[in-house]
Write a protein that binds this ligand. Structure first.
Ligand code: GLU
Length: 290
């Protein structure tokens, strides 16, 4: 039998709250003894801060978590992501996108419909927000070359439909929801390298789960849809396919899911108010919240 290796992969953009603790508990409980990793997802240069990374580790240790070392920090592995992008580029599956958010919104409003290659004409947004209308995919080679030569900032987008056709039908398995037919096209042409950092959440998380040998990816329901796209990236890059388990989200007192701004629910705040690690673990719940 294979050993189950799981990970908790927070972004150091704020303090941990009960929702994170729930997620970390869920991951640790599903791991075979000692096979639990902490990974720091710090690719966002504008929002990640070393002091949050230190606070995350301190809070997790206070809660009694133990994780294998060394801890992978995504910002130290940009070359890996670049190599993966180069492979996709060589397969003809990426294109540079020079659009701003505003350009995209204006294009969608002007066209009055979603991208041509999204089957349902009235769908204009996907799990990551607006579906990209394909503007830069249709640039001529010389228009594209001019923009690149002028040093215009650009993201790299995946030709999702072309890639999905190339891969053929794909499935993945969620321990809660069962066998899933992958539908990566719901993302439209997803960004795999952002303008401000030469990777994206989707690429980095998929690559890292593979290179770290994660056998069971656990994370919140809010990222369920992402697994459709990650499955396609695995197929394109020849990466192993882990099992998945998406857990429920913890809601705050207002009924909305907890966010980093809910200070009262931070582990730090609960510690400072005299709660014990056992109490906080119980508050975070040991399984899916009701
Ligand atoms: N870094 C992501 C977050 O903080 C989680 C990534 C994942 O578990 O796939 O939301």
């Amino acid at each position: 039998m294979t050993t189950t290796l799981t990970r908790f992969a927070p972004s150091p953009t704020g303090l941990l709250h009960l929702g994170h603790a729930h997620s970390a508990l869920f991951a640790a409980e599903h791991a075979d003894d000692g096979n639990f990793l902490l990974r720091i997802e710090d690719i966002d240069p504008g929002r990640c801060r070393p002091e949050f990374e230190a606070a995350i580790k301190e809070d997790l240790a206070w809660l009694g978590f133990e994780w294998q070392t060394p801890v992978r920090r995504q910002s130290e592995h940009i070359d890996d992501y670049r190599a993966a992008l180069d492979r996709l580029q060589a397969m003809g599956l990426l294109y540079p996108c020079f659009c701003t958010r505003k350009d995209i919104q204006a294009e969608i409003a002007a066209a009055g419909h979603a991208p041509h290659d999204i089957p349902a004409q009235n769908i204009t947004s996907g799990p990551d927000g607006f579906l990209y209308p394909g503007t830069c995919r249709h640039l001529t080679p010389s228009e594209r070359a001019d923009k690149l030569a002028a040093g215009e900032p650009h993201a790299l987008r995946l030709k999702t439909n072309t890639a999905a056709l190339q891969s053929g039908p794909l499935t993945w398995h969620d321990r809660g929801a069962g066998e899933q037919q992958a539908t990566p096209e719901i993302f439209g042409d997803a960004v795999l390298a952002r303008k401000d950092t030469p990777t994206s959440y989707h690429l980095a998380v998929t690559f890292d789960d593979a290179i770290q040998g994660i056998t069971l990816v656990t994370r919140g329901q809010d990222l369920f849809a992402a697994s459709h796209l990650h499955r396609l990236l695995q197929a394109l890059l020849g990466l192993p396919v882990p099992d998945y388990h998406h857990h429920g989200l913890i809601n705050g007192p207002d009924g909305n899911r907890l966010a980093k701004r809910d200070k009262a629910a931070t582990i730090r705040d609960l510690r400072e108010h005299g709660r014990s690690p056992d109490e906080v673990r119980a508050m975070a719940g040991n399984g899916d919240p009701a």
